[in-house]
Ligand binder design. Structure first.
Ligand SMILES: [Zn+2]
Ligand SMILES: [Zn+2]
Length: 251
C-alpha cells in the first residue's frame, strides 16, 4: 500500500492494532521506536578486520596496505565510509519497511544506531560536517511521500545539531539496481546526480557527510561525492544505516 492512502490506512491501523515490531512483527510493549529489544540485539555491526577507509570487512589474511577493492577507485577526497549494521535479518526488513513499507517512523530508530559511528567518521571527515542526504528522484519521492535518506539525515540532525542541506538532485532513477553487475551499476549512477542551483555557495570549502540507508558497492556514494567535490566541497564521508556485504539479500 503506497502513497497518502496507504499512510492514512496505516495510521488508522496504528490506532486499532497493538503496536508491532517492524523487524519481526511481534507485539511491542510500547509504541516507542517500532523495533523490539530482541530485534535490536540481532542487529550486527560490521565484523573486523575492516578497511580503515571504507569499513568493508577485509577478512583475515589480507596483507595490510594492499589497495582495497571496494574503495581503491574512490576520489581521494572521499575520505571514509561507515555503516551501523550488516544488511542481514532483521536490518533488511527494517530498511525495506523504511524504504517501501511506508514506515517513516523507523528513521529515528535507525539514526540512533548510525550515530554510534559518527565519532570515528568525524576523525576522518573533520568536525562539524554538513549532513547531505543522498537524493532520490522526484518521482520516487512523490510516490513514497518522502526520501528515506532525507528522513535519516533529519533524524541525525535532531540528535547531533549538525547542519543539514540538500545541494544534490537525482536526475534519473536508472531503474532498479538489483540485477545489475557492479560495473553496470557504476555506469548507471555516474550521471545520476547534479548540483542544485546555488549548491556551490552551500558546500564550498565544507566537509560533507553523505547520509543514505544502504551502502552496496559504493558507486552511488562515489558518484554523489564526485558532484559535491566538483561543486567545491573540501572532503566527503559517507554514513549509512546498513552495509550490503557479498551474499547479503538486497531489500
Ligand atoms: Zn522484533
Ligand atoms: Zn576500502
Amino acid at each position: 500500500m503506497r502513497g497518502a492512502r496507504g499512510r492514512w490506512l496505516r495510521g488508522v491501523g496504528h490506532l486499532l492494532l497493538p503496536p508491532a515490531c517492524a523487524g519481526c512483527g511481534g507485539a511491542l510493549a510500547t509504541d516507542e521506536g517500532r523495533v523490539c529489544a530482541g530485534c535490536g540485539t540481532r542487529l550486527r555491526s560490521l565484523p573486523y578486520p575492516r578497511c580503515a577507509r571504507c569499513s568493508t570487512p577485509r577478512g583475515t589474511g589480507v596483507p595490510a596496505g594492499r589497495e582495497c577493492p571496494d574503495c581503491g577507485e574512490w576520489p581521494s577526497e572521499l575520505v571514509g565510509a561507515a555503516s551501523a549494521v550488516v544488511l542481514a535479518p532483521p536490518a533488511d526488513t527494517l530498511v525495506h519497511g523504511l524504504k517501501y513499507g511506508g514506515w517513516p517512523e523507523l528513521a529515528p530508530v535507525l539514526a540512533r544506531r548510525m550515530e554510534r559511528e559518527l565519532p570515528g567518521l568525524l576523525e576522518r571527515v573533520g568536525p562539524d560536517p554538513l549532513l547531505v542526504p543522498v537524493p532520490t528522484t522526484r518521482e520516487r519521492e512523490r510516490h513514497r511521500g518522502y526520501n528515506q535518506a532525507g528522513l535519516l539525515a533529519e533524524a541525525l540532525q535532531r540528535r547531533t545539531a549538525l547542519e543539514l542541506a540538500r545541494p544534490l538532485e537525482r536526475r534519473n532513477g536508472g531503474g532498479t539496481q538489483v540485477s545489475l553487475h557492479r560495473s553496470e551499476r557504476a555506469r548507471n549512477v555516474a550521471e545520476a546526480f547534479a548540483p542544485v542551483e546555488g549548491a556551490g555557495a552551500v558546500v564550498r570549502g565544507r566537509s560533507i557527510l553523505l547520509v543514505d540507508d544502504v551502502l552496496t558497492t559504493g558507486a552511488t556514494s562515489a558518484a554523489a561525492a564526485g558532484v559535491l567535490l566538483g561543486a567545491g566541497a573540501a572532503r566527503v564521508g559517507v554514513l549509512t544505516f546498513a552495509r550490503a556485504l557479498p551474499g547479503s539479500a538486497e531489500p
